[in-house]
Design a protein around this ligand. Structure first.
Ligand code: SME
Length: 137
């Protein structure tokens, strides 16, 4: 049973499961809205440490999803002007919002070192993951 794990431990296990099993998922993490501040705060993640532990709403791919409430698939990060680089090895990114009672409360963020790897199947799968995450928050 995992019932004695904290929420953050469960989220970390999800990150580990995704990063380990899907070859083109190379950095997997959660960002959550930070109280009543207009910013995201980094939660559990696996992959290279990032300096971007706080991201203002509207900034970068993650900050844009905080305000759009929509999936954001980036096949080529070098073609994005509003992008926050965490690592020079990253080629592509996908961010899927997490909804609790219809409110966007955070997101899963995945970086890939493979160019243009994400399909609609990734979106549908990660929407499912996010719906399960919303049940354990
Ligand atoms: N690239 C993201 C920043 C977070 S790192 O990918 C971990 C962005 O543009 O919002």
């Amino acid at each position: 049973s995992n019932s004695n794990l904290s929420h953050d431990d469960k989220l970390l296990q999800i990150c580990q499961l995704l990063e380990t099993n899907i070859s083109y998922y190379n950095w997997v993490g959660f960002y959550f809205k930070n109280g009543d501040k207009n910013e995201l705060k980094l939660g559990p993640y696996v992959g290279e440490p990032t300096d971007h532990t706080i991201i203002p709403f509207g900034k970068g791919i993650c900050g844009q999803v905080a305000v759009s409430n929509e999936n954001f698939v980036v096949p080529d990060v070098s073609a994005q002007d509003n992008y926050i680089a965490c690592s020079i090895t990253v080629k592509a990114e996908i961010v899927i919002p997490i909804f609790v009672n219809g409110e966007n409360i955070g997101q899963i963020d995945i970086d890939s070192n493979t160019p243009d790897p994400f399909t609609e199947a990734d979106e549908r799968f990660l929407e499912f993951v996010c719906s399960k995450v919303s049940e354990l928050l």
